[in-house]
Design a protein around this ligand. Sequence first.
Ligand code: CP
Length: 400
Amino acid sequence: RNRRFLCTKTLFSILYINALVLLTQQCGLVNTFSDAGGALFLALRREMPTFVGTGGKWRWTEKNRGTGFQLPQFLPTFTLSKNNKNNNDMENRSLVTIAEHSKEKILYMLEMAKQFEERPNRHLLYGKVVATLFFEPSTRTRLSFETAANRLGARVIGFSDPKATSSSKGETLKDTIKMVSNYADIIVMRHYLEGAARYASEVTDVPIVNAGDGANQHPSQTMLDLYSIYKTQGTLENLNIFLVGDLKYGRTVHSLLMAMRHFNPTFHFIAPDELKMPEEYKIYCREHGIRYVEHTDFTEETIAEADILYMTRVQRERFTDLMEYERVKNVYILRKKMLEHTRPNLRILHPLPRVNEIAYDVDESPKAYYFQQAQNGLYAREAILCDVLGITLDDIKNEK
Ligand code: CP
């Protein structure tokens, strides 16, 4: 009976994976049949690691066959990730997911950010070129990375409109990354596909900084969120963190949740049923001993014990059914009146942009911290650019 079950599972997995491979080709991530075959192999290994592959050491690279390919993570795959990268090794210092950072590393990066807040202009990246490749719209992430690069003395190349690049003529992501690797020392990339940053980091030796990949991860946002939490609360430990809004598609909350595993938080997930925290992340919480409570009501009483109230926008661009978006888009609106009985140390964060989820009267409250939070992005991103090039805290402190 077990054999029959396994055969059925295999058959369904193959059908599922084939659909993913076709979709992958449509999205322009691969351009040859052998790449698609590589994708299929990797996908099977991911689905059934016991039966396929060699425990995570195997990679589909130029050496193995044809052109390289790493399966896009259409679903969050942190529990299945085989990339046990050591962040201190100099081989590839890409920042793909915050899950790869230890507690010590996070605290170290926050100390670096603090140095940059004290003095943002330092010529630590003089002579370097930073490429910002934005396949999705952005204001804060792109501009703060570019400001960070400029303040560190680097030059910036890149694009914010993929329609004006050769990807609109059918160039694959792999080819674009390999081309830009000829010109730049760091590639900061935002892409609409989950797993695109991981894929990019597999096809180049130039460090990739994930500036958001679909609904998956946004690790540089998490660094600035952690810095903001640390600055406002004086600690990252034992906090009540309330995540509100689109917990299904909001990549910032997914990354924050994973980073906070080191700091004994209690999370409260406030979302309508349609936008609930995905099961994968709840499993992650259970596996890492993170307490969480789920709510559908967003009231004064619900948020009374919050230290951090992390509001999020409903991500219109991720919905396949726009009627569903219309139903949920204004489901929660934070108003100043709701803050009357909240904790004095409460701070309201939002990765921004906001649409309707924070009323404008909240901006007057001393508990509103989202604009300062965005400012902290500059310092956190200066730290990230330095770190991916192997520049240490001592280098920063000793810079004249
Ligand atoms: N927080 C954030 O990612 O904002 P942008 O989309 O403007 O970069």
